[in-house]
Design a binder for this molecule. Sequence first.
Ligand code: URA
Length: 441
Amino acid sequence: MFVPGLIERKRDGGALTPGEWRELMRSYVAGAVPDYQMAALLMAGFLRGFTSEETAALLDAMMDSGSRLDISRPGRPVVDKHSTGGVGDKVSLALAPLVASCGLSVPMMSGRGLGHTGGTLDKLESIPGFRTDLPLDAVRRQVERIGCAMIGQTPEIAPADKRLYALRDVTATVECIPLIAASIMSKKLCEGLSGLVLDVKQGSGAFITDPERSRELAETMIRLGEQRGCHTVALLTAMDRPLGRACGNALETEEAIMALRGSGPQDLHDVTIALGVEMLVLAGERDHARAAARLEEAISSGKAAQKFQEIIEAQGGDPKVVEDPSLLPQAEEVEVYYAQRGGTVLAVEPRTIGHAIVEMGGGRHQVEDSVDHSVGFVITARPGQTVHASEPLASIFARDRDGIELGRRALDQAIRIGDGHPAPLPLIEARVTSKGHEPLV
Ligand code: URA
């Protein structure tokens, strides 16, 4: 196929046909289209847009680039959740075992860190020995046996997304509704789901910062899911500050473990339960309150934490981290960060935090970069809180003194203290389905 002609057409505002998208994805995955041509095409589409027919065609082409999962677990509906990405968003680590411990089948396929946001896979791989690259057949057997597997894009499922995701990360082509929607839905719809819950982030730390456009992203993904027979629901949740306190791979894994054991931060707990309720409802539970009670019981009884141990063990990791998170990688240097002045915390800017983690070695500049799992922040300051000068607001975890310096400068920028009255976004603003929006505040 003549790729420069396709790039030219997209550059000039035209559209590719479904056949062209299919052929392009097939050739890209086969290595016949180089990354530089794909990057040019993505950037042309990013700037000129994609029609809704193109978004659907791109999704189908990405799905067709690999195989599909076929889980057979009678009476145990197959459901999953995906987040559009944020800072401190470790919900998947707690939610997958939690929901699986309530009897659902959860073949969770996630991504790595992207741009300023962290990725579930990088967080899971902070667990010593944990493997996220299971062959599809092993995933199917694991889900049928214990109800859950937590894996990355494999060469078998949605291989086109695996390559495009990494390419977009390093070519400034992430923040685009059709590309995000096709990326997320291509992985998820190949899992053979009967239901999918989306956590669509809004606010300055989300890829799509404008709340109006977050809704458009949610609606786009819901339409794509429903058209392909997968009931899809979205919650619009806040990403104008980090979720929870921990930001950085191992630190977030530890916080997710705390949430599974019932001692995590309240906002993390609330978002996890709200998404879990939607998953149980998609799986047939009729009553939202009863769904919430089932999830709370799985946490308080220890069933959810135990399920996480089973998953870790099945995937080659050390299950003892659930009882003893100090077995996770530990940073060489730790320093407390204090308030420079008294006043009200006006903002804890997630994007600045996310970029700092990448700079400190906890994320990637290049596709092949390795990640230091131990670095990051634990930030206790929340927007709206009154603080005194010299009060501790955060801890910085780094591999050396330069990292601590970098972290300190990032916190100087990210945590703004003043005299105003901030208006943080509601933690969970709305529920979106194919029938419309339901405000939750
Ligand atoms: N998550 C994904 O899986 N893909 C994107 O493009 C953005 C967030």
